[in-house]
Design a protein around this ligand. Sequence first.
Ligand SMILES: Cc1cc2nc3c(=O)[nH]c(=O)nc-3n(C[C@H](O)[C@H](O)[C@H](O)COP(=O)(O)O)c2cc1C
Length: 200
Amino acid sequence: METKVIDLLKKRRSIYAIGKNVTLSDEEIVTLIKGAVKESPTSFNSQTSRVVILFGDAHNKLWDITEKQLRNEVPTEEAFQSTKAKLDSFRAGYGTILLFEDQDVVRGLQEQFSLYADNFPVWSEQGSGIASMNIWAALTENNIGASLQHYNPLIDEDVQKEWDIPSNWLLRGQMPFGSIEDVPGEKSYIDDEGRFLVFK
Ligand SMILES: Cc1cc2nc3c(=O)[nH]c(=O)nc-3n(C[C@H](O)[C@H](O)[C@H](O)COP(=O)(O)O)c2cc1C
């Protein structure tokens, strides 16, 4: 039995201690992300995922935008300091991947296949999840750590303005990535019993 895929999935973790010591070139990282997204399955092969890859100043800008928005949301200065520390840990990374879903495509599918109208938004979300996971795995294979963040919809408007993002692209997640500077603690698992049923 081959377990290379499972081994890679096991290796993938949420890596919060990320740095800038990445050995891959920006072009290689872009190639990896493109490959991971293009090979991700989507309902009706609708390929709804859209991706923005931020390096350098653009990466910093994203976390500045997030900090600015959160400053208005967090009730006390003390609470903001812990939020800021978290944002600084993302800023310490090498880049950030923004994951969007194209709502024009989703709406078009709803009109074209009205029988499944309710399903297309759900399938779009699933497609985003699959694309995120495949990017995460491809980065992991190359010893790049990442985590998945959700500061949308708080940052949507600023992000759209900053990078002239089409208004039909809906932000679904942010994946800061970088060199792995510290490994996470051991992961716990719920019991298999009651989780998996096998019949013959
Ligand atoms: C759909 C989804 C949403 C998540 N959202 C966040 C998030 O907003 N912030 C965060 O720090 N981690 C987020 N995570 C990471 C999970 O907390 C993490 O995957 C889980 O605790 C298991 O840890 P592991 O990734 O190290 O295996 C998300 C994961 C998934 C799959």
